[in-house]
Each structure stands twice: as C-alpha cells, then as structure tokens.
Design a protein around this ligand. Structure first.
Ligand code: SF4
Ligand code: SF4
Length: 295
C-alpha cells in the first residue's frame, strides 16, 4: 500500500487546499483511498472533505499530569523546587499545579514526603473516524488545549488509517501533514512512500521547504514539490531550481486564483468546479500519479 504525505515547511502554503483536491481526484478515478488529517494542532481538512457520517469519536489518553491531594500535603514545598518546568507555584501557602505547564515527568511525586502527588493519565486529544461526503474513509484528530504529545497523536491517526486501509483493501493513504518541521511532521513523514512539499515563491517559504525536504531526505523519502500561487513573484524560478538542486522533483505550478478563496469559503475542494487553479491542480495530479503513485 502506498502512503503519500503532503507537507510544507511553513504554514499557509496551501497544503490542505491541495490535499482536499488530490483526495477528490483520486476518488474520482476510483482509486481506493483513506484520507488522514495529521495536522492535529489545527486540523481543517474536514471543512473541505466534510464528514457525512461519524463512525467513532474517542478520547486518546496517553498524556500524564501531576495532581495534588491537599489534605495530605505538609507544605514542605519540595515539589516546587523539584519541578523543572515551573509548573508548581505557591498560592495561599499551598503548592498549585498548572496543568498546561505540567509535563508529567514525575519529579514532584518522587520528592514528595507525604505521597500527596499522583501522576495520572490525561486526555491528549480526540480521534475521529468517519466517512467523507465523497464516500471515502477519513481519520482526523484534535490535540487538547496546551497538550504536547502531537507526534504521538499523529502516530495514532496514521495507525487508525492503516487499520481501515487494510480492512477495506485500500490502494493509498493520503496524509495531510502539519506545517513546519516539528514532532507532528516527523511523525507524518516516517515510513511514507512519497512526500509532496507545497511551497510558495517567497524566501520564507523556500526556507521552510528546504527544511522539511531535509527531514524527508533524512528518512530516505523521495519527494516532489508544487509551487502554489506561482505567479505572485519572480522568485518562482529561483525556488524551482533551488529545490531541484536539493533533489526534489518539480511537480507543477498552481497560480493565484480567487476561485480558490471561493471554494474554501464554500467548504469544498477547488477541483470540484472548473477554474484556472482547478485545471492547474489537475495537471499536478497527473504528474503526481506518474512520479509518486506510478499509476
Ligand atoms: S510532573 Fe513534572 S512537570 Fe508536572 S508538576 Fe510534577 S515535576 Fe512539574
Ligand atoms: S512535596 Fe508534597 S508535601 Fe511537600 S509541598 Fe509538595 S505536595 Fe505538599
């Protein structure tokens, strides 16, 4: 089974816009897909692919947080000094744990002479499995506020997508990754067959694309890139040759087109209707089929 990830080194490059259109086109060609949204900090692919049916919506609990039983506390304040994350402050003569700052390391529990501190499992995020209005399975997740296990949550999304793909005999898992190069991006890229990098003709976007390309190369993943809003500056030529030089394949341009804004505001993939951007995305899709999917 092929797993393809769409990533960008920087937010706002048009990754999710392209992901929704590729999912639409793959489905249109009767290729059996499972779509996974791995941008667990700010998932938004569901706005464009829309769930017509939610199959499950479950809490994922693998985070750990400290909790304090005040009646057992002798107010020695050893826990305050043991916490390396400044998660415990003294309020009204009592230690107080800030759940957003707590990393669950357990140091406070170890130093507490009164067994007043417990380390408990807490909710990392919500995992949702459903069916898109276009008919294919869709897996998404949303990280809890202030949570930090985004890489692990992405891993859960991908495991669920693989489980569904195996059960349904799917040909391909399409993953919309997180922007940047942090933990959720690494979790998105590990083990995929191909990475599609979405970039824009600006120095900041080039920098992000090069950084995420380095991550892909580190894991031995072949990649190609798409220049979104390609007509907004003369920087396009530079970014194409810079990324090709670094070993990524050029997959095509998508011009700036206000039909994209209209499609996003209506909550549908750009390629659902004809437009300049839609035609460009279809061209990119055919190139992706050739080089990444070998179809
Ligand atoms: S578990 Fe670690 S991070 Fe959390 S309050 Fe205790 S010492 Fe601080
Ligand atoms: S180390 Fe234990 S007893 Fe001491 S202040 Fe903290 S919670 Fe209370």
């Amino acid at each position: 089974m092929i797993e393809v990830a769409i990533v960008s080194g920087k937010g706002g490059s048009g990754k999710t816009t392209l992901a929704s259109s590729l999912a639409f086109l793959l489905n249109e060609e009767k290729i059996k897909i499972v779509v996974a949204d791995a941008d667990v900090d700010t998932p938004s692919l569901h706005f464009l692919l829309q769930l017509k049916e939610v199959i499950s919506n479950l809490n994922v609990n693998f985070s750990r947080k400290a909790s304090l039983e005040e009646s057992l506390c002798s107010k020695c304040m050893k826990c305050v000094y043991a916490c390396q994350f400044s998660a415990i402050t003294i309020t009204g003569n009592f230690p107080k744990i800030d759940k957003y700052l707590c990393e669950g390391c357990g140091a406070c529990k170890i130093v507490c002479p009164s067994s007043a501190i417990k380390i408990e499992e807490t909710t990392t995020g919500k995992l949702t499995v459903g069916v898109s209005k276009y008919g294919f399975p869709f897996v998404t997740a949303q990280l809890e506020l202030g949570e930090h296990n985004s890489g692990a949550l992405v891993d859960t999304v991908r495991s669920k997508a693989r489980e569904i793909a195996a059960k349904n005999g799917a040909d391909l898992i399409l993953i919309d990754g997180a922007p940047g190069i942090g933990c959720p991006v690494t979790s998105t890229l590990v083990g995929v067959s191909y990475a599609i990098i979405v970039t824009e003709p600006t120095p900041a976007s080039e920098d992000g694309a090069k950084r995420v390309l380095e991550v892909a190369k580190h894991f031995g993943i072949k990649s190609g890139f798409v220049v979104n809003k390609a007509n907004i500056s003369n920087y396009r030529e530079h970014i194409v040759s810079a990324l090709e030089e670094q070993g990524s394949e050029y997959l095509g341009d998508i011009p700036l087109d206000f039909s994209v804004v209209r499609a996003l505001s209506e909550g549908r993939p750009v390629v659902e209707y004809d437009s300049v951007a839609s035609r460009a995305m279809r061209k990119v899709f055919f190139r992706i089929k050739e080089v990444a999917l070998k179809l």
